[in-house]
Design a protein around this ligand. Sequence first.
Ligand code: FES
Ligand code: FES
Length: 161
Amino acid sequence: MKKLLTLTVNGRLREDAVAENALLIDYLRDALGLTGTKQGCDGGECGACTVLVDGEPRLACSTLAHSVAGHHIETIEGLSTEGNLSRLQRAFHEHLGAQCGFCTPGMIMAAEALLRRNPQPSRDEIRAALAGNLCRCTGYVKILDSVEAAARCEDAAGVAA
Ligand code: FES
Ligand code: FES
């Protein structure tokens, strides 16, 4: 049975009729067309579906859409502004953090939450923040390099890009 779901997605207020048992990932991908959020496993193990709920990383594949009613959801699509990549998106591109790219949205969302609360993370802090995100291409060194580069970019600018 569907009921009205009200929440904010990437800064936009949404009101949609959504099945009571719908998962957040299905609502985002199927109802809103935000297919940047990926489903990589059968549930809860790979981190590919990571989005931010009120700024905190959350697995969209194991979150009921109605459980985040009234909250602010951010997906990978919400990070770029007016066609410009965010500092993390740019760093992943420039430092080869994305190989096949399937894990990349989840990695970037987890890293985004980290850099907001800790703009100068150590390598170990980055590793810990991304511990729940698996990369099937196993390019972890480049992923860590990319997050470090994004942090340096933020420092150089003095503000979040
Ligand atoms: S798709 Fe959500 S953890 Fe793998
Ligand atoms: S870049 Fe391919 S799964 Fe990570």
